[in-house]
Design a protein around this ligand. Structure first.
Ligand code: KE4
Length: 427
């Protein structure tokens, strides 16, 4: 028995499902989750010493690859000065100034400790600023595990939300309305039914939690128009896309400006960091200036700021990284498109920039309904076929593949060879 199996047996005794975040448990693909010992560049190494080409990248943060020398040095330097003070530090000011400079519509920003906390706080800010309670989200979009986000459409998309998790009170869910991604009519209908009551629309400007679904640019433009017409705020949840598609994220890429944006992952370079920010007029409702309370013992933690600042500084000073990184993503997707055609398999490849997702369905995947047509059993077979070859993609059909700047053309060719072998052997 390998050490991953031994550790997993111990883990399940003391940790729910043996993991500290559900997706790591391999439940949708089966098998024993790999316990990772260390990582370097584009590679993970498990506790049995096996090397994997990593397409998870800690679910997004490791855009420059693991254990980057400059980031590591910055963290070590910060650690030597102390881990946490519970008081303001210069690093937080530099971080806030850097984000506001990189993303012009962000006039003020608040650091928190996770994407969940960023979303929870941004929604509270929107409710506080507008004085309204209802929020609109989209089927298939994931915004962390705050109660108001663990909600699915009621009996029909046009009704109040119902909890998608035990432990979420119906009273909390009923203010969350669910629309269909890439479908403005469902948003307009909800707005019509809840006139003057919708505080905000929250959307992943590229949906990367139902695999990867790229919006029609008219969809994002339409959300902006609807929010302007209805007096609601538009929140872009850029926990994944922020600082990944380009320095100013999806709002810059699609040229659609939200009122608030949430960040996570890349902004912390693998350390626990989230953030939310936007127009000064809105952010001024946040305590201690305004009356919307939000706080956090480790928010803006100096060691986490050092990691995030080091990564953002490299990305800011080397814009060519985005060009090359996004070219790598295109190379991977174009290669998979060619393999789908060569082997005539019922698959779709979606993606943008350094994000990709291979679906096992013949339907074009444009929203949650079409994403769900994918054959998750076949995805599980594909996952293990690739894992056995030392290629670690996300253990779920509904997660993205994340490329890093450390991935080489040779790595991409090895990945394409593996996918081609899978298609040829399992036609
Ligand atoms: P965290 O609380 O996990 O830092 O962020 C929540 C979150 C918010 N918004 C978006 C768009 C997100 O993708 C996430 C978290 N992403 C998942 C991966 N798809 C985290 C992986 C996990 O849950 O372990």
């Amino acid at each position: 028995m390998g050490r991953s199996e031994q550790l997993f047996r111990r883990a399940v005794e003391k940790i729910p499902g043996g993991v500290n975040s559900p997706v790591r448990a391999f439940l949708s693909v089966g098998g024993t989750p790999r316990f990772i010992d260390r990582a370097q560049g584009q590679y993970l190494y498990d506790v049995d010493g096996k090397q994997y080409l990593d397409y998870i990248g800690s679910w997004g943060p490791m855009i420059l690859g693991h254990n980057h020398e400059v980031i590591k040095e910055a963290v070590v330097k910060a650690v030597e000065k102390g881990l946490s003070f519970g008081a303001a530090t210069e690093a937080e000011v530099i971080m806030a100034e850097m984000v506001c400079e990189a993303v012009p519509f962000v006039e003020m920003i608040r650091m928190v400790n996770s994407g969940t906390e960023a979303v929870m706080s941004a929604i509270r800010a929107a409710r506080g600023f507008t004085g309204r309670n209802k929020i609109i989200k989209f089927e298939g979009c994931y915004h962390g595990h705050a109660d108001s986000m663990l909600v699915k459409a009621g009996s029909g998309v046009m009704t109040s939300g119902i909890p998608s998790s035990l432990g979420v009170p119906s009273g909390c869910a009923e203010d969350t309305l669910t629309a269909v991604y890439n479908d403005l009519e469902t948003v307009e209908a909800l707005m019509e039914q809840n006139k003057g009551e919708v505080a905000c629309i929250i959307v992943e400007p590229v949906a990367a939690n139902m695999g990867v679904v790229v919006p029609d640019v008219s969809f994002l433009q339409g959300l902006r128009k609807i929010c302007d017409a209805e007096g609601s705020l538009l929140i872009f949840d850029e926990v994944i896309t922020g600082f990944r598609l380009q320095l100013d994220g999806a709002s810059g890429y699609f040229q659609v400006t939200p009122d608030l944006v949430t960040y996570g992952k890349i902004i912390g370079a693998g350390m626990p960091v989230g953030a939310y920010g936007g127009r000064k007029e809105v952010m001024k409702v946040i305590s201690p200036v305004g009356s919307v309370y939000q706080a956090g013992t480790l928010s803006g933690n100096p060691v986490a700021m050092a990691a995030g600042l080091a990564q953002l500084t490299i990305l800011k000073q080397h814009p060519e990284i985005y060009v090359q990184l996004n070219e790598k993503g295109k190379k991977l997707r174009d290669g998979i498109t060619a393999l789908i055609q060569t082997y005539d398999v019922p698959c779709q490849i979606n993606g943008i920039g350094s994000l990709a997702c291979l679906y096992f369905t013949k339907e074009a995947v444009v929203d949650y309904e079409t994403a769900k047509t994918s054959d998750v059993k076949r995805f599980g077979e594909y996952f293990h076929f690739m894992l056995d070859r030392g290629i670690y993609i996300g253990p779920s059909q509904f997660e993205a593949m994340f490329l890093s700047y450390a991935h080489t053309d040779e790595n991409i060719q090895t990945t394409l060879d593996g996918i081609g072998q899978f298609f040829s052997q399992t036609k």
